[in-house]
Design a protein around this ligand. Structure first.
Ligand code: P6P
Length: 336
């Protein structure tokens, strides 16, 4: 007898009830964001037939040329979230500044941050991309610049997740009670629970880094990678595999699913800007998911979730995944 499917709404109601706190506005926020992700999945799935590939002819604050789908995904998420009354404000990788919910709509108690289409350089070559999102509580009465309301450490997140637009579209989500995976049933148009409580193995034999940057790496990172490359005859005593999709959502999803370590470390090329990946809407949500699944997430020198942000689009070095591997890299940074 096939088991009865558990859809996202039922999961959220039961998970919040089990953990003693119904948060209807948070549930509404998650449902609205995931509905937007379904729309993004449909647009991506059309590919060249949808007229949405290629450059938008515009740039963003990151200094990156925007793809048409970057802009479309951002617009979809903005429109979906403005009327519900669950948010006070939103911030996006694709927008220079955070924005308040428009005057004509009610305000809620949450802040939403997102990278609407992570890894979008892969879009035109038909490789998986994703949407990353993070939820914070809005300060009671935001005083001063709106941006300051967002500058909370990653430990303050109440929810983090991503949608992965791959062979199937999956939603990976945490509200602080473990990491759970939903797969989009395209006929029903609903996310169905397909895995509860993902756990990352503490050890691994797979690392993920852009090896073309090797000449720029700091010594501790070079030592770690060289030891992996030395294989079973080297100090690690085992062979390692390497994967690099150049889409953080895809690489981190593989690591959440089968272990591994993802590295975009500080190096001579990224030192001036503090790293490549963004803290508020890439590193923090991914770090919450990784820690909730029993892994670790560090800059190499400190726990990512403990960082007190100084700027909305701040960048950080990222080393995350299997706990023992992340701790090994951190020990090399500490001179171990
Ligand atoms: P590189 C995509 O642009 C991204 O922000 C992450 O998704 C990805 O892990 C990384 O940058 C890829 O960087 O230098 O390999 O292109």
């Amino acid at each position: 007898m096939p088991t009865k499917p558990v859809f996202l709404t039922q999961f959220l109601i039961e998970e919040m009830r089990e953990h003693g706190e119904q948060m209807p506005d948070l549930r509404l926020l998650i449902e609205v964001v995931t509905r937007a992700c379904k729309r993004i999945s449909i647009a991506i799935g059309k590919g060249a037939l949808g007229g949405v590939l290629g450059e938008a002819g515009t740039g963003n604050i990151q200094g990156e040329a925007q793809k048409k789908l970057d802009v479309l995904s951002n617009d979809i998420l903005m429109e979906a979230n403005e009327w519900g009354g669950h948010l006070a404000a939103l911030a996006s990788e694709e927008m220079d500044e955070a924005v308040m919910i428009p005057e004509q709509f009610p305000k809620g108690g949450y802040l939403l941050l997102f990278d609407p289409l992570d890894g979008s350089s892969n879009i035109d070559v038909n490789i998986s991309v994703g949407t990353i999102f993070s939820v914070l509580r809005a300060p009671r009465r935001p005083t001063g610049p709106l941006e300051e309301s967002f500058l909370q450490a990653g430990t303050q997140q109440v929810c983090a997740g991503y949608a992965l637009y791959g062979p199937s579209t999956q939603l990976v989500l945490t509200i602080g009670t473990g990491v759970h995976v939903f797969t989009l049933d395209r006929e029903l148009g609903s996310f169905v629970l397909t895995q509860r409580d993902l756990r990352i193995p503490a050890d691994t034999q797979e690392f993920s880094i852009n090896a073309s940057n090797a000449r720029h790496w700091e010594a501790p990172v070079k030592r770690y990678i060289d030891e992996c490359l030395a294989g079973k005859d080297g100090p690690r005593g085992k062979d390692f595999n390497m994967r690099w999709v150049a889409s953080m959502v895809s690489d981190v999803h593989r690591i959440l699913t089968r272990g591994g370590v993802f590295m975009y470390p500080l190096d001579a090329k990224t030192k001036a800007q503090g790293g490549k990946l963004r803290l508020m809407y890439e590193a923090n949500p991914m770090s919450m998911l990784i820690e909730q699944a029993g892994g670790a997430a560090s800059t190499g020198r400190e726990r990512i979730l403990a960082i007190k942000p100084g700027k909305l689009h701040q960048r950080v070095p990222v080393i995350m995944g299997s706990k023992n591997e992340v701790e090994r890299v951190a020990s090399y940074h500490a001179g171990g």
